[in-house]
Design a protein around this ligand. Structure first.
Ligand code: GTP
Ligand code: MG
Length: 421
Protein backbone atom coordinates (compact mmCIF):
# COMPACT_ATOMS: atom_id res chain seq x y z
CA UNK A 1 0.00 0.00 0.00
CA UNK A 2 1.25 3.53 -0.76
CA UNK A 3 0.15 6.92 0.54
CA UNK A 4 0.48 10.10 -1.47
CA UNK A 5 0.14 13.44 0.28
CA UNK A 6 -1.00 16.59 -1.47
CA UNK A 7 -0.83 20.03 0.11
CA UNK A 8 -1.70 23.54 -1.05
CA UNK A 9 -4.58 25.62 -2.35
CA UNK A 10 -5.10 23.40 -5.41
CA UNK A 11 -5.63 20.25 -3.35
CA UNK A 12 -9.45 20.37 -3.52
CA UNK A 13 -9.35 20.40 -7.34
CA UNK A 14 -6.90 17.55 -7.49
CA UNK A 15 -8.95 15.39 -5.12
CA UNK A 16 -12.10 16.21 -7.07
CA UNK A 17 -10.51 14.98 -10.28
CA UNK A 18 -8.98 11.90 -8.66
CA UNK A 19 -12.20 10.75 -6.97
CA UNK A 20 -14.82 12.23 -9.27
CA UNK A 21 -16.37 13.98 -6.25
CA UNK A 22 -15.42 15.95 -3.16
CA UNK A 23 -15.04 13.51 -0.26
CA UNK A 24 -16.32 14.32 3.23
CA UNK A 25 -14.01 16.33 5.51
CA UNK A 26 -11.65 14.42 7.80
CA UNK A 27 -13.08 10.98 7.07
CA UNK A 28 -11.40 7.96 5.54
CA UNK A 29 -13.43 7.50 2.37
CA UNK A 30 -13.20 4.55 0.03
CA UNK A 31 -12.99 5.81 -3.57
CA UNK A 32 -12.32 4.68 -7.10
CA UNK A 33 -9.23 6.52 -8.32
CA UNK A 34 -9.34 7.85 -11.86
CA UNK A 35 -7.40 9.93 -14.31
CA UNK A 36 -8.18 11.22 -17.82
CA UNK A 37 -7.90 7.67 -19.19
CA UNK A 38 -10.41 6.28 -16.66
CA UNK A 39 -10.35 4.39 -13.34
CA UNK A 40 -7.01 2.80 -12.41
CA UNK A 41 -7.33 1.67 -8.77
CA UNK A 42 -9.35 1.84 -5.57
CA UNK A 43 -8.06 3.47 -2.42
CA UNK A 44 -8.75 5.56 0.64
CA UNK A 45 -8.88 9.35 0.57
CA UNK A 46 -8.55 11.58 3.59
CA UNK A 47 -9.62 15.14 2.77
CA UNK A 48 -8.21 17.58 5.30
CA UNK A 49 -9.23 21.19 4.77
CA UNK A 50 -6.83 23.83 6.14
CA UNK A 51 -5.83 25.53 8.31
CA UNK A 52 -5.94 22.78 10.96
CA UNK A 53 -3.62 20.44 9.08
CA UNK A 54 0.05 19.52 9.33
CA UNK A 55 1.09 22.14 6.76
CA UNK A 56 -1.69 24.61 7.63
CA UNK A 57 -2.93 24.31 4.02
CA UNK A 58 -5.69 22.24 2.41
CA UNK A 59 -4.34 18.71 2.32
CA UNK A 60 -5.29 15.29 1.06
CA UNK A 61 -3.83 11.90 1.76
CA UNK A 62 -4.59 9.31 -0.88
CA UNK A 63 -3.78 5.63 -0.70
CA UNK A 64 -3.50 3.15 -3.53
CA UNK A 65 -2.13 -0.35 -3.97
CA UNK A 66 1.65 -0.43 -3.57
CA UNK A 67 2.48 -1.68 -7.07
CA UNK A 68 4.94 0.91 -8.45
CA UNK A 69 3.02 1.00 -11.75
CA UNK A 70 -0.11 2.12 -9.90
CA UNK A 71 1.78 4.49 -7.61
CA UNK A 72 3.38 6.20 -10.62
CA UNK A 73 -0.03 6.54 -12.23
CA UNK A 74 -1.46 8.11 -9.08
CA UNK A 75 1.45 10.55 -8.91
CA UNK A 76 0.99 11.40 -12.60
CA UNK A 77 -2.75 11.88 -12.05
CA UNK A 78 -1.91 14.40 -9.32
CA UNK A 79 0.69 16.25 -11.40
CA UNK A 80 -1.62 16.27 -14.45
CA UNK A 81 -4.24 17.86 -12.21
CA UNK A 82 -1.83 20.67 -11.24
CA UNK A 83 0.38 19.32 -8.45
CA UNK A 84 4.16 19.26 -8.54
CA UNK A 85 6.51 16.91 -6.71
CA UNK A 86 7.53 18.12 -3.25
CA UNK A 87 11.09 19.10 -2.42
CA UNK A 88 12.74 17.21 0.45
CA UNK A 89 11.23 18.43 3.72
CA UNK A 90 8.78 20.71 1.93
CA UNK A 91 5.77 19.60 3.98
CA UNK A 92 7.51 20.45 7.23
CA UNK A 93 8.88 23.65 5.71
CA UNK A 94 5.36 24.72 4.74
CA UNK A 95 4.17 23.82 8.23
CA UNK A 96 6.92 26.08 9.62
CA UNK A 97 6.11 28.93 7.20
CA UNK A 98 2.43 28.74 8.17
CA UNK A 99 3.32 28.89 11.86
CA UNK A 100 2.17 25.30 12.54
CA UNK A 101 5.48 24.46 14.17
CA UNK A 102 8.62 26.33 15.13
CA UNK A 103 12.09 25.42 13.89
CA UNK A 104 13.00 23.36 16.98
CA UNK A 105 9.95 21.16 16.40
CA UNK A 106 10.81 20.93 12.68
CA UNK A 107 14.26 19.71 13.63
CA UNK A 108 12.65 17.26 16.06
CA UNK A 109 10.67 15.84 13.11
CA UNK A 110 14.00 15.25 11.37
CA UNK A 111 15.40 13.65 14.53
CA UNK A 112 12.35 11.38 14.76
CA UNK A 113 13.07 10.23 11.22
CA UNK A 114 16.80 9.80 11.75
CA UNK A 115 16.85 8.32 15.29
CA UNK A 116 18.71 5.02 15.29
CA UNK A 117 17.74 3.85 18.79
CA UNK A 118 14.72 4.09 21.14
CA UNK A 119 16.70 6.62 23.19
CA UNK A 120 17.06 8.89 20.14
CA UNK A 121 13.37 8.53 19.32
CA UNK A 122 12.50 9.48 22.92
CA UNK A 123 14.62 12.63 22.59
CA UNK A 124 12.83 13.52 19.34
CA UNK A 125 9.43 13.16 21.02
CA UNK A 126 10.57 15.54 23.77
CA UNK A 127 11.49 18.10 21.10
CA UNK A 128 8.21 17.56 19.22
CA UNK A 129 6.24 18.17 22.40
CA UNK A 130 7.76 21.65 22.50
CA UNK A 131 10.24 21.15 25.33
CA UNK A 132 12.99 23.08 23.52
CA UNK A 133 10.59 25.66 22.06
CA UNK A 134 9.07 26.43 25.47
CA UNK A 135 12.50 26.83 27.03
CA UNK A 136 13.62 29.15 24.23
CA UNK A 137 10.50 31.25 24.79
CA UNK A 138 11.19 31.44 28.55
CA UNK A 139 14.81 32.45 27.85
CA UNK A 140 13.60 35.11 25.41
CA UNK A 141 11.36 36.60 28.08
CA UNK A 142 14.20 36.66 30.59
CA UNK A 143 16.52 38.36 28.09
CA UNK A 144 13.83 40.89 27.21
CA UNK A 145 13.35 41.68 30.91
CA UNK A 146 17.08 42.13 31.39
CA UNK A 147 17.28 44.28 28.26
CA UNK A 148 14.50 46.47 29.65
CA UNK A 149 16.36 46.89 32.95
CA UNK A 150 19.58 47.76 31.16
CA UNK A 151 17.80 50.27 28.92
CA UNK A 152 16.10 51.79 31.97
CA UNK A 153 19.46 52.24 33.67
CA UNK A 154 20.54 54.36 30.70
CA UNK A 155 17.61 56.69 31.29
CA UNK A 156 17.48 56.56 35.10
CA UNK A 157 20.99 55.58 36.28
CA UNK A 158 20.11 56.41 39.89
CA UNK A 159 17.43 53.68 39.98
CA UNK A 160 19.62 50.91 38.55
CA UNK A 161 20.30 47.76 40.58
CA UNK A 162 23.62 46.71 39.07
CA UNK A 163 24.06 43.63 41.24
CA UNK A 164 20.84 41.87 40.34
CA UNK A 165 21.21 42.51 36.57
CA UNK A 166 24.76 41.18 36.65
CA UNK A 167 23.76 38.07 38.57
CA UNK A 168 20.82 37.40 36.27
CA UNK A 169 23.01 37.78 33.16
CA UNK A 170 25.59 35.39 34.59
CA UNK A 171 22.98 32.82 35.68
CA UNK A 172 21.25 32.89 32.31
CA UNK A 173 24.52 32.53 30.39
CA UNK A 174 25.41 29.52 32.58
CA UNK A 175 22.03 27.89 32.04
CA UNK A 176 22.26 28.39 28.28
CA UNK A 177 25.77 26.94 28.15
CA UNK A 178 24.65 23.92 30.18
CA UNK A 179 21.71 23.35 27.82
CA UNK A 180 23.96 23.71 24.75
CA UNK A 181 26.19 21.04 26.33
CA UNK A 182 23.33 18.51 26.19
CA UNK A 183 23.85 18.41 22.41
CA UNK A 184 26.71 15.93 22.72
CA UNK A 185 24.66 13.18 24.37
CA UNK A 186 21.63 14.24 22.33
CA UNK A 187 23.39 13.83 19.03
CA UNK A 188 24.92 10.55 20.14
CA UNK A 189 21.43 9.31 21.02
CA UNK A 190 19.94 10.30 17.67
CA UNK A 191 22.77 9.62 15.25
CA UNK A 192 25.04 7.30 17.22
CA UNK A 193 28.64 8.29 17.89
CA UNK A 194 31.98 7.74 16.21
CA UNK A 195 34.70 6.88 18.69
CA UNK A 196 38.31 6.60 17.53
CA UNK A 197 41.05 4.63 19.25
CA UNK A 198 44.26 6.61 18.81
CA UNK A 199 47.72 6.69 20.35
CA UNK A 200 51.31 5.61 19.81
CA UNK A 201 52.09 2.55 17.71
CA UNK A 202 52.05 -0.64 19.77
CA UNK A 203 50.19 0.96 22.71
CA UNK A 204 47.52 -1.74 22.43
CA UNK A 205 44.77 0.06 20.45
CA UNK A 206 43.82 -3.01 18.43
CA UNK A 207 43.97 -5.18 21.56
CA UNK A 208 41.56 -2.80 23.33
CA UNK A 209 39.38 -2.62 20.21
CA UNK A 210 39.01 -6.42 20.39
CA UNK A 211 38.51 -6.38 24.17
CA UNK A 212 35.72 -3.76 23.93
CA UNK A 213 33.99 -5.74 21.17
CA UNK A 214 34.47 -9.05 22.97
CA UNK A 215 35.82 -10.71 19.82
CA UNK A 216 38.94 -10.71 17.70
CA UNK A 217 38.20 -8.24 14.93
CA UNK A 218 41.62 -6.62 14.50
CA UNK A 219 45.07 -8.10 14.02
CA UNK A 220 47.34 -7.65 17.02
CA UNK A 221 51.10 -8.02 16.80
CA UNK A 222 54.27 -7.06 18.72
CA UNK A 223 55.58 -5.31 15.59
CA UNK A 224 54.84 -1.56 15.59
CA UNK A 225 52.69 -0.32 12.71
CA UNK A 226 50.46 -3.40 12.48
CA UNK A 227 47.21 -1.52 11.86
CA UNK A 228 47.06 0.48 8.65
CA UNK A 229 43.51 0.41 7.38
CA UNK A 230 40.82 2.02 9.50
CA UNK A 231 38.73 -0.74 11.05
CA UNK A 232 35.13 -0.06 12.05
CA UNK A 233 32.85 -2.07 14.31
CA UNK A 234 29.60 -1.33 16.08
CA UNK A 235 29.20 -1.37 19.85
CA UNK A 236 26.07 -0.72 21.91
CA UNK A 237 26.84 1.64 24.78
CA UNK A 238 23.71 1.90 26.95
CA UNK A 239 21.44 2.32 23.95
CA UNK A 240 23.80 4.52 21.94
CA UNK A 241 25.05 3.03 18.69
CA UNK A 242 28.80 3.54 18.77
CA UNK A 243 30.99 3.09 15.72
CA UNK A 244 34.37 2.19 17.12
CA UNK A 245 37.36 2.94 14.88
CA UNK A 246 40.74 1.26 15.22
CA UNK A 247 43.43 3.25 13.46
CA UNK A 248 47.12 3.32 12.59
CA UNK A 249 49.32 4.38 15.49
CA UNK A 250 51.12 7.63 16.08
CA UNK A 251 54.83 7.43 15.33
CA UNK A 252 57.40 7.83 12.64
CA UNK A 253 56.10 6.00 9.57
CA UNK A 254 58.53 3.20 8.75
CA UNK A 255 57.24 2.82 5.20
CA UNK A 256 55.10 4.64 2.64
CA UNK A 257 52.36 2.13 3.45
CA UNK A 258 52.40 3.14 7.13
CA UNK A 259 52.33 6.80 6.11
CA UNK A 260 49.24 6.11 4.00
CA UNK A 261 47.68 4.37 7.00
CA UNK A 262 48.30 7.46 9.12
CA UNK A 263 46.74 9.70 6.47
CA UNK A 264 43.67 7.44 6.39
CA UNK A 265 43.50 7.67 10.19
CA UNK A 266 43.60 11.47 10.23
CA UNK A 267 40.83 11.65 7.66
CA UNK A 268 38.63 9.10 9.45
CA UNK A 269 39.01 10.85 12.80
CA UNK A 270 38.13 14.32 11.59
CA UNK A 271 34.46 13.85 12.45
CA UNK A 272 34.93 11.52 15.44
CA UNK A 273 32.79 12.55 18.42
CA UNK A 274 35.17 11.14 20.99
CA UNK A 275 38.77 9.90 21.05
CA UNK A 276 40.10 7.14 23.27
CA UNK A 277 43.79 7.98 23.55
CA UNK A 278 45.60 4.74 24.34
CA UNK A 279 49.01 5.31 25.93
CA UNK A 280 51.59 2.70 27.01
CA UNK A 281 51.52 3.22 30.79
CA UNK A 282 54.93 1.56 31.17
CA UNK A 283 56.56 3.82 28.56
CA UNK A 284 55.12 7.28 29.06
CA UNK A 285 58.52 8.75 28.15
CA UNK A 286 58.09 7.71 24.49
CA UNK A 287 57.98 10.85 22.29
CA UNK A 288 54.82 9.60 20.54
CA UNK A 289 53.02 9.82 23.90
CA UNK A 290 53.48 13.59 24.05
CA UNK A 291 52.58 13.81 20.36
CA UNK A 292 49.35 11.83 20.91
CA UNK A 293 48.38 14.07 23.83
CA UNK A 294 49.06 17.22 21.82
CA UNK A 295 47.20 15.85 18.80
CA UNK A 296 44.01 15.12 20.76
CA UNK A 297 44.06 18.23 22.93
CA UNK A 298 40.86 20.28 22.91
CA UNK A 299 38.75 17.39 21.63
CA UNK A 300 36.48 15.22 23.79
CA UNK A 301 38.75 12.38 24.85
CA UNK A 302 39.35 9.59 27.35
CA UNK A 303 42.97 9.02 28.30
CA UNK A 304 43.87 5.37 28.85
CA UNK A 305 47.06 3.92 30.35
CA UNK A 306 47.25 0.46 28.79
CA UNK A 307 49.84 -2.20 29.69
CA UNK A 308 48.79 -1.74 33.33
CA UNK A 309 50.27 -5.18 34.03
CA UNK A 310 53.81 -4.04 33.17
CA UNK A 311 56.46 -3.02 35.67
CA UNK A 312 56.84 0.76 35.90
CA UNK A 313 53.30 1.47 34.71
CA UNK A 314 52.16 5.00 35.69
CA UNK A 315 48.70 6.50 35.41
CA UNK A 316 49.32 10.18 35.61
CA UNK A 317 50.99 12.40 33.06
CA UNK A 318 51.43 16.18 33.08
CA UNK A 319 48.73 16.41 35.73
CA UNK A 320 46.31 14.27 33.68
CA UNK A 321 44.89 10.99 35.01
CA UNK A 322 44.98 7.90 32.82
CA UNK A 323 42.40 5.14 33.09
CA UNK A 324 44.37 1.92 33.77
CA UNK A 325 43.68 -1.01 31.44
CA UNK A 326 45.31 -4.27 30.53
CA UNK A 327 44.10 -5.57 27.20
CA UNK A 328 45.57 -8.99 27.95
CA UNK A 329 43.71 -9.84 31.17
CA UNK A 330 40.75 -7.47 30.68
CA UNK A 331 41.54 -5.25 33.64
CA UNK A 332 39.87 -1.85 33.35
CA UNK A 333 37.76 -2.75 30.30
CA UNK A 334 34.51 -2.36 32.27
CA UNK A 335 35.78 0.96 33.63
CA UNK A 336 36.54 2.05 30.05
CA UNK A 337 33.03 1.07 28.97
CA UNK A 338 31.66 3.09 31.90
CA UNK A 339 33.78 6.08 30.84
CA UNK A 340 32.40 5.77 27.29
CA UNK A 341 28.90 5.68 28.74
CA UNK A 342 29.58 8.76 30.86
CA UNK A 343 30.88 10.69 27.88
CA UNK A 344 28.24 9.63 25.34
CA UNK A 345 25.13 8.86 27.35
CA UNK A 346 25.33 10.54 30.76
CA UNK A 347 22.15 11.28 32.66
CA UNK A 348 19.06 12.28 30.69
CA UNK A 349 18.84 16.05 31.20
CA UNK A 350 15.90 17.23 33.29
CA UNK A 351 15.51 20.31 31.10
CA UNK A 352 15.60 20.61 27.32
CA UNK A 353 17.68 18.07 25.48
CA UNK A 354 19.24 19.29 22.25
CA UNK A 355 20.48 17.20 19.35
CA UNK A 356 21.10 19.84 16.72
CA UNK A 357 24.54 21.32 16.08
CA UNK A 358 22.77 24.34 14.60
CA UNK A 359 20.92 25.01 17.85
CA UNK A 360 24.08 24.40 19.86
CA UNK A 361 26.11 26.92 17.84
CA UNK A 362 23.40 29.58 18.10
CA UNK A 363 22.94 29.07 21.84
CA UNK A 364 26.69 29.30 22.39
CA UNK A 365 26.54 32.62 20.54
CA UNK A 366 23.66 33.75 22.80
CA UNK A 367 25.72 32.82 25.88
CA UNK A 368 28.73 34.72 24.50
CA UNK A 369 26.57 37.81 23.96
CA UNK A 370 25.26 37.63 27.52
CA UNK A 371 28.76 37.19 28.91
CA UNK A 372 29.91 40.18 26.86
CA UNK A 373 26.90 42.13 28.15
CA UNK A 374 27.88 41.21 31.70
CA UNK A 375 31.48 42.33 31.14
CA UNK A 376 30.25 45.63 29.69
CA UNK A 377 27.73 46.11 32.51
CA UNK A 378 30.39 45.51 35.17
CA UNK A 379 33.20 47.30 33.33
CA UNK A 380 34.00 50.56 31.62
CA UNK A 381 32.05 49.86 28.43
CA UNK A 382 28.82 50.37 30.38
CA UNK A 383 25.11 49.74 29.87
CA UNK A 384 24.93 51.06 26.29
CA UNK A 385 27.28 48.33 25.08
CA UNK A 386 25.55 45.78 27.32
CA UNK A 387 22.23 46.70 25.68
CA UNK A 388 23.70 46.10 22.21
CA UNK A 389 24.94 42.68 23.23
CA UNK A 390 21.50 41.82 24.61
CA UNK A 391 19.91 42.77 21.28
CA UNK A 392 22.36 40.55 19.44
CA UNK A 393 21.60 37.71 21.88
CA UNK A 394 17.91 38.06 20.96
CA UNK A 395 18.80 37.87 17.25
CA UNK A 396 20.71 34.64 17.74
CA UNK A 397 17.92 33.22 19.88
CA UNK A 398 15.38 34.11 17.19
CA UNK A 399 17.27 31.97 14.71
CA UNK A 400 16.97 28.94 17.03
CA UNK A 401 13.19 28.70 16.91
CA UNK A 402 12.92 30.45 13.56
CA UNK A 403 11.43 33.79 14.62
CA UNK A 404 14.07 35.37 12.45
CA UNK A 405 15.96 33.03 10.26
CA UNK A 406 17.55 33.42 6.84
CA UNK A 407 16.14 31.67 3.79
CA UNK A 408 19.42 29.89 3.01
CA UNK A 409 19.49 28.45 6.52
CA UNK A 410 16.02 27.00 5.91
CA UNK A 411 17.20 25.61 2.54
CA UNK A 412 20.07 23.75 4.18
CA UNK A 413 17.97 22.51 7.07
CA UNK A 414 15.04 21.16 5.08
CA UNK A 415 17.27 19.66 2.38
CA UNK A 416 18.21 17.04 4.98
CA UNK A 417 14.62 15.77 5.17
CA UNK A 418 13.36 13.04 2.92
CA UNK A 419 10.68 13.67 0.32
CA UNK A 420 7.19 13.46 1.81
CA UNK A 421 8.12 14.89 5.21
N1 GTP B 1 51.61 -6.88 28.52
C1 GTP B 1 50.69 -6.33 27.75
N2 GTP B 1 50.76 -6.42 26.41
C2 GTP B 1 49.82 -5.82 25.67
C3 GTP B 1 48.76 -5.12 26.24
N3 GTP B 1 47.98 -4.64 25.26
C4 GTP B 1 48.56 -5.04 24.10
N4 GTP B 1 49.66 -5.77 24.35
C5 GTP B 1 50.58 -6.32 23.35
O1 GTP B 1 51.21 -5.24 22.70
C6 GTP B 1 51.44 -5.54 21.33
C7 GTP B 1 50.83 -4.48 20.46
O2 GTP B 1 49.43 -4.55 20.58
P1 GTP B 1 48.45 -3.99 19.49
O3 GTP B 1 47.08 -4.13 20.01
O4 GTP B 1 48.74 -4.58 18.16
O5 GTP B 1 48.90 -2.47 19.50
P2 GTP B 1 48.43 -1.29 18.53
O6 GTP B 1 48.40 -0.06 19.34
O7 GTP B 1 47.21 -1.66 17.81
O8 GTP B 1 49.65 -1.22 17.55
P3 GTP B 1 49.72 -0.66 16.03
O9 GTP B 1 48.56 -1.18 15.27
O10 GTP B 1 51.00 -1.18 15.54
O11 GTP B 1 49.73 0.82 16.15
C8 GTP B 1 50.85 -6.93 21.10
O12 GTP B 1 51.89 -7.86 21.21
C9 GTP B 1 49.88 -7.09 22.25
O13 GTP B 1 49.67 -8.44 22.62
C10 GTP B 1 48.69 -5.04 27.68
O14 GTP B 1 47.79 -4.42 28.27
N5 GTP B 1 49.68 -5.64 28.36
MG1 MG C 1 46.74 -1.79 15.87
Amino acid sequence: MAWIRVSGPGSADIVQRLCGRQPADRRAVHVRLQDAAGPFDEGIVLWLPGPHTYTGEDMAEVSCHGNPVIVRRLVSACTDAGARLAEPGEFTRRAFLHGRLDLTRAEAVLQAIEARTPRGAALAIRGLSGEVADWIEAVRRRILDLGAEIEASLDFPEEATPGSVGEALAALAREIRATAETTRTGQASVHGARVGLVGPVNAGKSSLFNALLGRTRALVDPAPGTTRDVLEATLDVAGVEVTLLDTAGQGRAGSPLEARGQALRDEALEDADLLVVVLPAHRLDRPEVAASLAHSEGRPRILVGNHADRAGARFSLSGLDLLPTCALDGRGIDALKAALQDALVGEDPAGPWLASARQQALLSAVARNLEAALAAWNGDAGPAVAAEEVLEALDHLGAVDGRNVREDVLDTLFARFCIGK
